[in-house]
Design a protein around this ligand. Structure first.
Ligand code: GLU
Length: 281
């Protein structure tokens, strides 16, 4: 059993992160397996090194230990580029020159991102080459229809639920590299789970839908599909999910308020609610 916690250092860890980490840590320790820590800092516009430092410190305070070195994604861009090159060589990617504003009005998919209307899929090879030569910025999109044509029926095992059949096509031609970020979360997370031999992914249920994309990428690359265990999200007193802006429930704030690591572990696992907001949906 190999589990992992893979936070993005875009803010301080809160109780929801602690739940993801604890589920993975407990599963690994109970099975005599390994628990890995990975920092998903591919988006340089949103991630900050001081949050990485805080994550390591907060997890240590919480009483979690991890096995082996911490993988920091920003140090491995060539790995992700090589994976993208494989898909490109199979004709499964195309450059997209659209700006966010140009596609913002498209209907949104299950991940609440606009489903790409396919504008740049139709651009001829000659025009693409000319635009790139002219220095126009571009991302890389997966040709979803072509990708789905390469694989059979896809499914994964959700712990405590059973077999979930995947429907990745509903996401449309997803971006696997952005103009300003050489690889997307979906590519990097599946690449690294495979590289690191992760057998159980524990994370919030907000990532349940995009698991379909991850399973598609695993099938395209011939990577194994781990088991998944998506946990409920912590919500505030109004039933809204906790976000990084909810400062009161960061591990830092709880620690400063005098809660012990054991008490915070219990809160995160839904065994006791902190005074005030914070409970499972
Ligand atoms: N890095 C992602 C996040 O912080 C989580 C990735 C995952 O657990 O699959 O939202």
């Amino acid at each position: 059993m190999i589990t992992r916690f893979a936070p993005s250092p875009t803010g301080l860890l809160h109780l929801g992160h602690a739940a993801s980490a604890l589920h993975g840590w407990q599963a690994a320790r109970a099975a005599g397996g390994q628990f890995l820590l990975r920092i998903e800092d591919i988006d340089a516009t949103r991630c900050r090194p001081e949050f990485t430092t805080a994550i390591l410190e907060d997890l240590g305070w919480l009483g979690l230990d991890w096995d082996g070195p911490v993988r920091v994604q920003s140090a491995h861009f060539p790995d992700y580029r090589a994976a993208l090159a494989q898909l490109e060589a199979r004709g499964l990617l195309y450059p997209c020159f659209c700006t966010r504003a140009e596609i913002a009005a498209a209907p949104h998919g299950p991940d609440d991102m606009p489903v790409y209307p396919g504008t740049c899929r139709a651009i001829s090879a000659r025009d693409r080459a000319a635009r790139i030569a002219a220095g126009q910025g571009y991302g890389l999109r997966l040709d979803m229809a072509a990708a789905c044509g390469c694989v059979g029926t896809l499914a994964f095992h959700e712990r405590g639920v059973g077999r979930i059949t995947c429907q990745p096509a509903r996401f449309g031609d997803v971006l696997l590299a952005r103009k300003d970020t050489p690889a997307s979360y979906h590519l990097c997370v599946t690449h690294d789970d495979a590289l690191q031999g992760v057998t159980l992914v524990t994370r919030g249920v907000d990532l349940f839908a995009v698991t379909d994309l991850h399973v598609l990428l695993q099938a395209l690359f011939g990577w194994p599909t781990p088991d998944y265990a998506h946990h409920a999200l912590l919500t505030d007193a109004d039933g809204k999910r906790l976000a990084k802006r909810d400062k009161a429930l960061t591990l830092r704030a709880l620690r400063a308020a005098g809660h012990s690591p054991a008490a915070v572990r219990a809160m995160a696992m839904g065994q006791s609610a902190p005074a005030g907001p914070g409970r499972y949906a």
